[in-house]
Design a protein around this ligand. Structure first.
Ligand SMILES: Cc1ncc(C[n+]2csc(CCOP(=O)(O)OP(=O)(O)O)c2C)c(N)n1
Length: 244
């Protein structure tokens, strides 16, 4: 069934009723929902105390942590990192963009940091992604590679897919990371704080697994594009870079 702006709740109910036989036989039934078919009159409660955009935060992290191995989370964060590299004339080979598997960037970065103790691994995560696989925080804290810096961009929403609030709104991810056992935890609420913290982190040899919660605004540039390299090209270039 195709659901569009003219479909009523009764149409859907009747359709599902007509498929009871198929359900009883264990068959699959599909409802395809057209863009714009669903509306919502309620007002979500947003939290965003931030003044800096996610893209600016990622630009600062990419710039000041230059020379690191990067892993970025699913969605617009990875698209922004890709465009930042283009803008700065930098190679994409240092960056693993986690396509599709939201929440897994942290486990990918953890394993990389464990396997590559001589390299600094920078993880750019999202609050929705942290919430989705929060157990990974405990695993990371137990493994505790001191060459991993876990940045969690907290805009309070699933920005990449329409901006629905995440359960992380008004919760402190940095407090949660500390409670999970991360060795060092920071929170940057604006560009100045992030910039100063990055200067400190980039200049030192880290002694502990580090978590940085970065508070940002919601939303992205209207003209944000998509990576022009395929996921296969990304992984091929990235693995070649790791072997260098
Ligand atoms: C397992 C899985 N569930 C859902 C999605 C769809 N999805 C892609 S990005 C995203 C939102 C990510 O939210 P957050 O981590 O807060 O980052 P933001 O988009 O706010 O930068 C969702 C739900 C997905 N790719 N994979």
């Amino acid at each position: 069934m195709i659901v569009d702006g003219n479909t009523t709740a009764d149409d859907v109910k009747m359709f599902l009723k007509s498929k009871e036989g198929a359900f009883a036989e264990g068959k699959s039934v599909a409802l395809v929902v057209k863009k714009g078919a669903l509306t919502y009159d309620g007002k979500p409660a947003y939290f965003s105390a931030g003044t800096m955009s996610r893209e600016r935060a990622i630009e600062l992290i990419a710039d000041k942590m230059d020379g690191s191995v990067f892993v970025s989370t699913t969605g617009k964060a990875s698209r922004e990192l890709f465009e930042i590299r283009e803008k700065h004339g930098k190679s994409h080979k240092t960056d693993f963009l986690t396509v599709g598997s939201m929440g897994h960037a942290s486990s990918i970065a953890l394993q990389l940091a464990t396997e590559l103790p001589e390299r600094r691994v920078v993880l750019i995560d999202g609050d929705g992604a942290v919430v989705m696989h929060m157990g990974s925080l405990l695993v990371a804290a137990e493994t505790a590679p001191k060459n991993l810096i876990h940045f969690a961009i907290n805009n309070g929403v699933h920005d990449s897919v329409g901006g629905m609030p995440t359960p992380a709104k008004q919760k402190s991810l940095s407090d949660i990371a500390a409670a999970c056992g991360y060795g060092r935890v920071f929170k940057a609420e604006n560009e100045d704080e992030l910039s100063k913290l990055l200067d400190k982190l980039s200049a030192e040899d880290s002694e502990a697994l580090t978590f940085v919660e970065v508070i940002t605004t919601r939303g992205a540039r209207k003209d944000l594009g998509r990576p022009t390299l395929t996921a296969k090209e990304n992984i091929d270039n990235f693995t070649a870079f790791l072997r260098e």
